[in-house]
Design a protein around this ligand. Structure first.
Ligand SMILES: NC(=O)c1ccc[n+]([C@@H]2O[C@H](COP(=O)([O-])OP(=O)(O)OC[C@H]3O[C@@H](n4cnc5c(N)ncnc54)[C@H](O)[C@@H]3O)[C@@H](O)[C@H]2O)c1
Ligand SMILES: [Zn+2]
Length: 354
């Protein structure tokens, strides 16, 4: 249970879970540049043999996830003497990944990189799929491309220093991929996350299973044109919640709420029975805390939802369950009736909690 071959439109690359530290130190010795989240460096500078002259630090702030900072990163890589044939190493979470994916894809029209994700969200979800998403002015995740690393190494020990909120954010994406992958996967994740409360070590197994499930989807749709849209389950509502709370809610937490809301629509459209909805609802909200229910203006939520990339002029195109364990893109007219439905969800399950 420590290797997966990951599919992309270009080539298959390897992902390893929990490999020997000696191998990582060898990689660090050989490379000219290591791009690293500055917090990760502070926490792990004694764990791995970093060569200070190779290091380029990332201050993982959402407002710095821009093309301007990606270009700056290209400049820093050139100043480290990186050439076309060199392979660099990167360590950090999703922000570091988005910047490094973009920079390595454009520098010399593409240099190779090895990726060591250090957050749960990056380890269990974003590390595969090869996407970059940068912010531009007030547009979020609007500039990007596909440029996977040539190798991924997941060391679950990195999770030990993550804040509890960042763990729950990653769990949001873990829940998502399991709830859309069939009845067995739903049963699996409900029981594993229950065990996780008493035994943190099982997280590597959960990460492995999440990546296996996502990889199955990537294999069929590496460029995000059809089946892969399913990975957007919970995301239309999640993104709208992120925007309307001014990004006070973290991505995976917003997705957690978004999944529950998508399930609520499925309940109202008679795609889920109330016992199925309740089973999922109780499981999903176990990933939430009181402080996650941040207040927001419903009008701002609707404005953001209307801007979703998947919509057409007349319809919201949402990923919602069509049965227990199966999701599909579903159109809902952009009108007052739909708005009322969304509002009902918040009144019933969100507002009276704040
Ligand atoms: N490209 C994609 O496919 C994709 C998918 C999902 C999310 N994203 C993006 O990822 C970003 C969120 O990423 P994220 O949640 O992984 O984290 P992040 O990169 O925002 O980091 C979160 C915090 O954790 C710290 N950190 C990182 N590793 C740590 C460790 N091991 N111990 C302690 N602290 C650590 C960071 O310094 C930072 O303060 C968003 O910008 C989102 O848009 C991209
Ligand atoms: Zn996501």
């Amino acid at each position: 249970m420590n290797r997966i071959d990951i599919f992309s439109d270009k080539e298959t690359y390897e992902l390893h879970i929990n490999i020997n530290k000696i191998y990582i130190n060898e990689l660090l010795k050989e490379t000219k540049a290591v791009v690293i989240d500055e917090n990760v460096y502070e926490l792990y500078k004694m764990t791995y043999n970093f060569n200070i002259s190779t290091l380029i630090f990332i201050d993982a702030k959402e407002y710095k996830k821009t093309p301007e900072f990606a270009l700056k990163l290209c400049e820093q890589l050139m100043l480290k003497g990186v050439k076309r044939k060199d392979k660099i190493i990167a360590l950090g979470g999703g922000i570091t990944q988005d910047l490094v994916t973009f920079s390595t894809s454009i520098l010399y029209r593409g240099i190779k990189w090895i990726w060591l994700p250090t957050t749960l969200l990056a380890q269990a979800d974003s590390c595969i799929g090869g996407k970059s998403s940068l912010n531009y002015k007030s547009w979020k995740n609007i500039i990007g491309n596909f440029y996977p690393p040539s190798q991924i190494i997941i060391q679950s020990d990195f999770l030990k220093t993550l804040k509890e909120d960042d763990i729950r954010s990653g769990i949001g994406e873990i829940i998502k991929v399991h709830l859309l992958s069939g009845k067995k996967s739903i049963e699996y994740i409900i029981s594993k996350l229950e065990n996780y409360k008493h035994n943190k070590d099982i997280m590597s197994e959960i990460i492995f299973n999440s990546l296996k499930l996502k990889n199955k989807i990537l294999e069929i749709d590496p460029l995000d044109q059809g089946l892969r849209l399913k990975m957007n389950y919970g995301h239309s509502f999640g993104h709208a919640l992120e925007a309307s709370t001014n990004f006070a809610i973290s991505h995976g937490i917003a997705v957690t709420v978004g999944i529950d809301m998508a399930n609520y629509l499925a309940l109202k459209l008679n795609k889920l029975s109330s016992s199925e909805f309740n089973l999922l609802h109780n499981f999903i909200i176990s990933n939430l805390k009181e402080k996650d229910y941040i207040s927001f203006e419903f009008d701002d939520f609707i404005t953001a939802l209307k801007r979703d990339k998947k919509n057409d002029n007349q319809n919201y195109n949402l990923i919602i369950p069509i049965s227990f364990g199966e999701v599909e893109i579903t159109s809902l007219p952009i009108d007052d009736k739909s708005e009322k439905l969304f509002q009902n969800y918040f009144q019933e399950y969100y507002n009276d909690r704040t």
